[in-house]
Ligand binder design. Structure first.
Ligand SMILES: *[C@@H]1O[C@H](CO)[C@@H](O)[C@H](O)[C@H]1NC(C)=O
Ligand SMILES: *[C@@H]1O[C@H](CO)[C@@H](O)[C@H](O)[C@H]1NC(C)=O
Ligand SMILES: *[C@@H]1O[C@H](CO)[C@@H](O)[C@H](O)[C@H]1NC(C)=O
Ligand SMILES: *[C@@H]1O[C@H](CO)[C@@H](O)[C@H](O)[C@H]1NC(C)=O
Ligand SMILES: [Zn+2]
Length: 471
């Protein structure tokens, strides 16, 4: 834990290990939540709140320019042998910070404790660090510059400028997920439905999205690219062909939109089950090619394969069902944050959501796997997916992964039951992670694993959680 007074835009900063009991027990703390980064929860509480659990006299003061942004930088959870090129170290981070171009110095005076502080240009400073992450202050221009020069295996998030309440998933929502789990029985209809996913179709779809088939003209699905727009139009039409009503949700100017597709409830039920992936991608620094075959073309074609099967077998749902392909994931979960906040404002009745992000790769020689989140996610939903996997995809070895931070996080932190499915019970082992070589035809890329994970995670979970009729 760290506690620091930030003088300038914010007054105090508290960093706790994720889900520390303080968060739940301290009302003033839980109202001033900034976010969870790595496995740390960040808060910016008032001084009176801080004094309730620490002696403010001992708290170090940190001066932050009022125009500065708080920025979190971290090393993705990669296998050691993939880190040799550009491991996260404090000195390399400092080198990147030093390399940022100078901005015009601006003076600023603030009064604290009867003292006058003269602040120079916006700081580029490290406020807090672990062995794999750091919290910085930067000007917004520097944040953009830094995001362009950091190694692709480092992730960067701009922290919200205002705290918001920390919303735990409410007990009645958890109880519903537990009910689904406790009434879970193997259903032969579900087994028949989920095994109808067509592998050749999945292969065609991924080759279109990566541009490997030469048909789509897609070179990149980076959220700002024209390829992302082509992919968005194509995905919307493909989902609509399966009987869904789809819309684009524009959330930030310049960003490709979220694609939100709905299947209506045949019983006019108010509850919704949501399954998702992100269709935007990232490539190597200096290259315009970003095929995103695994990250997250794999999750996206998994969703599409489920939708096509729903249409082929004439499945209708008791609950409302939403299929969402998010954009802006690679810039810090921006598309899903927008939609999760909107769902919270509308008090939507969301039974659960499952995000698939990177489900195609495992190391050659390893069995097909299903990795479930160790840190961020609703344990009840994770347990449900684990049990469903044992029932419908015994070919998958199920385990946990410390790899975190995909779009389910946005929902989990708005108090909705949510989890993620990942390709490995371990760290990221894909050598093409955030690389221009992330295509589907390569060693270790396993479409049968994509089909197995799609079968369980989203399809069987969806059928059990939403209820269904076969026509
Ligand atoms: C879920 O799986 C766990 C671990 O395998 C098992 O103990 C539990 O009985 C299962 N629950 C249901 C409802 O099947
Ligand atoms: C899926 O079901 C359809 C309709 O019953 C059938 O024609 C098709 O062969 C099945 N495909 C697979 C891959 O099981
Ligand atoms: C659902 O609502 C529609 C339109 O209001 C109505 O016609 C239909 O009968 C309702 N269905 C059920 C199962 O209640
Ligand atoms: C949400 O939907 C479920 C299932 O239809 C229902 O039991 C529950 O009462 C609903 N909750 C709210 C808050 O509407
Ligand atoms: Zn991803």
């Amino acid at each position: 834990m760290i506690i620091a007074k930030l003088i300038g835009t914010v007054s105090l900063l508290v960093v706790y290990p994720h889900s520390h009991p303080h968060i739940i027990s301290s009302e003033c703390l839980s109202k001033n939540y900034i976010g969870t980064y790595g496995s740390q929860d960040l808060f910016i509480p008032s001084e009176s709140c801080l004094s309730s659990f620490a002696s403010t006299a001992d708290v170090p003061s940190v001066h932050v320019h009022p125009d500065a942004e708080l920025v979190w930088v971290e090393q993705a959870a990669l296998e050691q042998h993939l880190l040799t090129d550009q491991p996260f170290t404090l000195s390399s981070l400092q080198n990147y910070l030093t390399a940022l171009p100078d901005t015009n110095p601006t003076a600023y005076v603030s009064y604290t404790d009867d003292q006058q502080h003269l602040l120079g240009p916006v700081d580029r400073r490290i406020l807090y660090q672990t062995s794999t992450s750091a919290l910085l202050t930067l000007s917004s221009a520097h944040t953009r510059e830094l995001s362009l020069i950091l190694p692709p295996t480092w992730r960067i998030y701009v922290l919200p400028s205002e705290p918001s309440p920390f919303l735990p998933v409410p007990e009645p929502a958890l109880a519903r997920v537990r009910d689904i789990l406790s009434s879970l029985r193997f259903n032969p209809d579900v087994a028949k439905i989920v095994s109808n996913i067509s592998l050749p179709q999945v292969r065609n779809d991924i080759r279109f999205l990566t541009g490997e088939d030469g048909r789509s003209g897609i070179e990149s699905r980076h959220t700002f690219s024209s390829g992302a727009r082509i992919a968005a139009e194509w995905l919307k039409v493909r989902f609509e062909e399966t009987g869904a009503n789809c819309e684009f949700q524009h959330f930030l100017s310049g960003f490709a939109p979220n694609i939100i597709c709905r299947y209506p409830s045949i019983e006019n039920a108010t509850d919704t089950v949501l399954v998702s992936a992100h269709y935007d991608s990232r490539g190597s620094f200096g290259s315009t090619r970003a095929p995103g075959g695994n990250d997250d073309g794999s999750g996206t074609v998994g969703l599409l394969a489920i939708a096509r099967t729903i249409q082929r077998l004439g499945i209708k749902f008791r609950s409302s069902v939403e299929f969402v392909a998010f954009a802006g994931e690679e810039q810090g979960l921006l598309g899903s944050q927008h939609y999760a906040r909107e769902m919270r404002r509308a008090e939507r009745n969301l039974t659960l959501m499952v995000q698939a992000d990177m489900i195609a790769y495992h190391e050659p020689g390893e069995p097909p796997q299903l990795g479930l989140p160790e840190i961020i996610g609703t344990p009840e939903v994770t347990q449900l997916v684990a049990n469903i996997s044992t029932m419908y995809a015994p070919e998958l070895t199920v385990g946990f992964t410390p790899v975190c931070c995909s779009d389910h996080q946005s929902f989990h932190f708005q108090g909705f039951p949510a989890t993620q499915v990942f390709e490995r019970a371990g760290l990221i082992a894909d050598p093409m992670y955030h690389n221009s070589g992330d295509i589907s035809e390569r060693i270790g890329y396993d479409l049968e694993q994509v089909r197995s994970i799609a079968k369980v995670q989203q399809f069987a979970t969806l059928l059990h959680a939403a209820g269904f009729h076969l026509s």
